[in-house]
Design a protein around this ligand. Structure first.
Ligand code: GLA
Length: 395
């Protein structure tokens, strides 16, 4: 919905009391490369999308928070001093209340408010619709809290990202890394973010994709992080790390293991599955570093090859792909002008990202779309991704 339409809907749902309506937005993200390495301290390379969550918000004079969405017939009403009791009880609204609770734990004195959410990031698509909700909520509630306290210091967007991640860990129960919330909070139009997840050191890199477009292909198979094997993969990584630390006592994160280290020491990991998981992490970290160099040097063909290698590693070694994603990847690779294609996000459904020559985009959508529908039985969706800014208030 357009922002003005969301405001109109806000007034018709909550009524008009003359108080100012404020608007906060935060985007979804596409990860270009660096998958399932953020929670191993590794480097990632995501970019914020223009698809976003928008929150229209108005302060209240009491300590009640109310949540509604433009596309759902639901109203969640909670008292700010009782947030904990909503855990595991809500069909919708848990990201928001989880964020509110984490802000309180961080010392923010929250102010009651009415909020209306509108999302353009497709849910369950692996494009971080949840991070978009978390970061927009954190920003809105933190801005209101600071205003109420007369605190004029600026909001720290990295802190907002970390609050979102904590909500995900403690309220939702997914032990996610920091990539999604960081990209949503810190994105920059037409740039990707090279982020080192062990230190949170980052650099924005211009996405100069001369003559090429990033195409997102959505399997329309919902991925469910909690149900999926996400936490299990994290566990396998910490198991592998512990074993490697017996021969590499100075490493703290898997991202510090070089390909040469791994080759030399991989046999200490007796569990073959865990060994493959670690192989993915080690090789993926190297691919990210190579990708950033390639992109800076304008070597798109090399960038594309690294993207392809990333998918293969996720498919065979990390085993987080699925048939639907693999069909999209296989069909995309058949076409001329496709430099690289891979699953993006947690996997088990969701989207692929492909680097496609601009004059091939229509054919890509037509051909890959037809082959997918024939094989899978229902259609995929396609988006030409535009890279936008991170979380902010719209005045
Ligand atoms: C999800 C998580 C991220 C990251 C990716 C996989 O999106 O939220 O932290 O681990 O999966 O790269």
């Amino acid at each position: 919905m357009e922002i003005n339409e969301i405001k109109d809907m806000f007034l018709s749902l909550y009524g008009d009391n003359g108080e100012e309506l404020r608007v906060f937005v935060s985007p979804g993200r596409v990860n270009l490369i660096g998958e399932h390495v953020d929670y191993c301290g590794g480097p990632v390379f995501p970019a914020a999308l223009t698809m976003r969550t928008a929150v229209v918000a108005r302060k209240r004079k009491d300590d009640v928070i109310r949540l509604r969405a433009t596309d759902l017939d639901v109203c969640v009403e909670a008292k700010l001093d009782e947030l904990e009791q909503y855990k595991d009880k809500l069909k919708w609204g848990d990201y928001q209340l989880g964020v509110a609770l984490e802000l309180q734990k961080a010392g923010y004195k929250l102010c009651g408010c009415d909020l209306l959410y509108d999302d353009t990031v497709p849910h369950g698509s692996g494009l971080s619709s949840s991070a978009a909700i978390e970061v927009s909520t954190a920003l809105c509630l933190a801005v209101f809290a600071k205003e109420q306290a007369g605190d004029t210091t600026p909001i720290d967007m990295v802190e907002m990202a970390l609050i979102g991640q904590k909500a995900e860990h403690n309220f939702i129960g997914v032990k996610c890394g920091i990539m999604d919330q960081f990209a949503s909070a810190m994105g920059k139009a037409n740039h990707a973010i090279y982020l080192e997840c062990d230190t949170l050191k980052y650099e924005t890199v211009p996405l100069a994709m001369d003559g090429y477009k990033l195409i997102l292909s959505n399997t329309n198979k919902k991925h469910a992080l909690g149900d999926s094997k996400y936490n299990e993969r994290r566990q396998e990584c910490s198991e592998g790390l512990q074993v490697l630390q017996t021969v590499l006592p100075n490493i703290e994160h898997l991202s510090e293991v070089t390909a040469a280290d791994f080759e030399k020491h991989s046999s200490v990991i007796e569990n073959e599955v865990v060994r493959r998981r670690i192989k993915h992490v080690v090789t993926e970290c190297e691919r990210v570093r190579e990708s950033v160099k390639a992109l800076k040097a304008g070597e798109l063909v090399k960038f594309g090859a690294l993207i392809n290698a990333s998918h293969d590693s996720l498919q065979y070694d990390y085993e987080v792909s699925c048939e639907e994603l693999d069909v999209l990847v296989r069909e995309a690779r058949k076409l001329d002008g496709v430099l690289g294609t891979r699953m993006t996000g947690a996997g088990f459904g969701g989207c692929t990202v492909s680097v496609v020559r601009a004059d091939m985009v229509e054919e890509f959508i037509r051909t890959v779309g037809a082959a997918y529908e024939k094989e899978v039985g229902y259609p995929a969706s396609f988006y030409i991704s535009e890279i936008g800014d991170g979380g902010r208030e719209i005045k």
